[in-house]
Design a binder for this molecule. Sequence first.
Ligand code: CO
Length: 188
Amino acid sequence: MTTLTAVEKKKLDNPPLDIHYLGDRVLRQPAKRIAKVDDKLRQTIKEMLQTMYSADGIGLAAPQVGIHKQLIVIDIALDQPDEPPLILINPKIINSSSNLCNSEEGCLSIPGVYLEVTRPDEIEISYKNELGKPCKLKATGLLSRAIQHEMDHLNGVMFVDRVNNNIALNEELKKRGFAASAVKPVKK
Ligand code: CO
């Protein structure tokens, strides 16, 4: 654990970054690989963490705050102040289980919308951490799901693009004021 990107897990009145919402084309642009992990990038990581904690989220991908870089912050232990967040730079899925599972997802870019998505249960990823060190990680359950959800953002994919239940999808989007035309279904 490094203190270089440590921030307090609390809500700020004025979070440093603005989150973009479904319908904004910024979210559809693919993110670029990061060539250098330096202090400037670590400052961005800190600001993303502060913005995520302020919005009560467990994950945030750089494109959601208008930064087109392959960078993700995740924290599934919001109630544990000493548990460090997971920082993923240039993440790649190197293995995923054929075992699929359904679970409800939400997204800071689609507030109020929660719907079931089918994804592989288990994944293994390679990535660089906030020090630029190459790492590998196996994940299941909520962590696996959060990683897959955030990695989709790096490809301009939103979780609603993967929802199978169209009736529920259109109903939820309408209720929360989002246009159904903002969904770009993923080809299966
Ligand atoms: Co999201």
